[in-house]
Design a binder for this molecule. Structure first.
Ligand code: HEM
Length: 503
């Protein structure tokens, strides 16, 4: 009890000190602030979901200053500032926040998403190269995706027209692909325990990202490097401890898989999956690559690559229900260009222009990771005329960029036509879905392959409809601000879909 009180007093004092320090930092021009109160920051000025409040109230501002508790976060709210930051200042934007918390839980700083500096650079390079060697973004991955598409069809057919919850269905498909690249097998379907983990993925991406939790976590992280005594306070908070416990479950599983692979390495000549390649690489670069970092990297690949792709597909299905004319056009294009006998492949992209435009519009409207992933600025820069100091934290408002009426007329309408020119698909130059610059999504090419093959294969066979027993409307599932409490992944509310075979 005495320890908790001491920690609380120390936390309060440190946060107040930081509040004072952060208020004194800036002279001259600064980005407009949404307003704040001491300690709680901008919480009372920005109702959940924060990305939407920022869009509605500050949509015309390129950069906005938000306070998560005592921590100032610069949000790039328009395309111009986002591009200037991430592309023109790519190197300076390549930092992440303090990794002290992750290191205290998992034993080291490492992995790809949360690390920065030399460790991140080496891990990113190694991971990209290794996954490419296993066909990532190319033919090898395509074969794996085709097998998963077949399984997806079988699961849908087994339901025989009964309403299906698409969460596990889509997560299993996306996760099996990463499982094969990383573990060398379809564990998401074949290991009964993996089903529990799929639920954990979902909980991790939903929990811990509410404005209040983020405010507490960011406030403490801002001072924890200087005052490590505050770390236990962070771990004690109910919301943080639940997320950490879930993260640990997934991490423990990845450690078990790593150890299983390590026990059989003597027999391995040529690496067949990411873990084997990493274990071999550890012998060449032991100063950077180790067992602990391997488990972190694998955990992150799962987290980053499962719920994202799965939820984009769930959005795609809901947008097709909302826009049956678009669904019919996609279907007709697929039937006309490739027929119904064989599965669509990546080569078909060159003829399925409308289908690609529909997927691009899904990315825009879904704005899946609405505030991106936080970046830390590594040295002083200026963006949109605003001086940003080294160590400032930044976010990018994907939702606001994707719904800017100057870039997209009638932004709330689902219009694939905006991505077509003379009936040819033209990739949208203003999408922030995967980020930009040095830290842009490492899995973009894989995600695009998965989405194209899964989506076109589903469209080739089925019509979708909502469960008639469910009285909620599409708006309740996709627009109601009540369902978007966090800032991490925009997930439609839980629902069931009926897949009807197109005769
Ligand atoms: C529709 C699917 C996906 C979306 C919308 C998405 C989106 C994002 C976004 C917004 C970021 C942050 C970029 C930044 O920090 O500026 C990111 C990072 C990342 N993504 Fe994805 N992602 C998707 C699929 C995947 C897949 C399939 C993988 C796995 C292979 C993956 C692996 C990663 C990794 C490792 C990072 C961290 C990169 C770094 O910090 O250097 N993502 N993703």
């Amino acid at each position: 009890m005495a320890t908790a009180t001491t920690l609380a007093i120390a936390g309060g004092a440190a946060a107040l000190g930081f509040y004072w320090f952060s208020s004194k930092r800036f002279n001259g021009k600064d980005a407009p602030s949404v307003g704040r109160y001491p300690m709680i920051g901008s919480l009372r000025h920005l109702p959940e979901p924060m990305y939407l409040s920022l869009y509605e109230r500050f949509g015309t501002e390129p950069i906005v200053r938000v306070y998560f508790g005592t921590q100032c976060v610069y949000v790039f709210n328009r395309w111009s500032a986002f591009k200037e930051a991430m592309v023109d200042n790519a190197e300076q934007l390549s930092g992440r926040q303090s990794q002290t918390l992750a290191a205290s839980v998992f034993g080291d700083i490492g992995g790809i998403v949360m690390s920065d500096g030399e460790i991140w650079r080496e891990y990113r390079r190694f991971t990209l190269k290794t996954l490419r060697d296993f066909g990532f973004g190319r033919r090898g991955a395509e074969e794996i995706i085709a097998v998963e598409t077949d399984h997806l069809h079988r699961s849908i057919e087994a339901a025989a027209g009964a309403p299906m919850d698409t969460t596990v269905l889509m997560s299993s498909a996306a996760s099996n692909i990463i499982c094969q690249l990383v573990f060398g097998s379809r564990l998401a379907s074949e290991d009964p325990y993996f089903h529990e983990l799929l639920d954990v993925f979902h909980k991790i991406s939903q929990a811990g990202s509410s404005n209040i939790t983020q405010s507490v976590v960011l406030s403490v992280l801002a001072v924890v490097d200087r005052l490590p005594m505050l770390l236990p306070l962070l771990k004690l908070l109910p919301s943080t401890s639940v997320t950490l416990a879930n993260f640990k479950k997934l991490h423990d599983y990845c450690c078990q898989q790593r150890d299983k692979h390590a026990a059989e390495m003597e027999k391995v000549d040529r690496a067949k999956d990411y873990i084997e390649a990493h274990l071999q690489h550890q012998n060449i670069r032991p100063e950077l690559f180790n067992d602990t970092r391997l488990a972190m990297a694998v955990t992150e690949l799962f987290l980053a690559g499962t719920d994202t792709t799965a939820n984009t597909l769930r959005w795609a299905i809901l947008f097709m229900i909302e826009n049956p004319d678009v669904a019919d056009k996609v279907y007709e294009e697929i039937v006309e260009k490739i027929g119904r006998e064989r599965l669509p492949t990546m080569q078909d992209r060159s003829v399925l222009h409308y289908t690609q435009a529909a997927i691009e519009e899904v990315h825009r409207r879904a704005s899946l990771v609405p505030l991106g992933v936080l970046h830390r600025i590594t040295s002083d820069i200026t963006v949109s005329g605003v001086p940003l100091k080294a160590d400032s934290i930044c976010a990018f408002n994907v939702y606001s960029i994707h719904h800017d009426p100057e870039l997209f007329s009638e932004p709330t309408k689902f219009l694939p036509e905006r991505h077509l020119k003379d009936s040819q698909f033209v990739p949208c130059p203003h999408l922030a879905t995967f980020g930009l610059g040095r830290r842009a999504c490492l899995g973009e090419s894989l995600a695009r392959m998965e989405l194209f093959v899964f989506f076109s294969a589903l469209m080739q066979r089925y019509r979708f409809s909502l469960d008639p027993q469910d009285s909620r409307t599409l708006w309740d599932l996709t627009e109601d601000p009540e369902i978007f409490k966090g800032n991490s992944i925009r997930t439609p509310a839980a629902h069931k879909i009926i897949f009807s075979y197109r005769a």
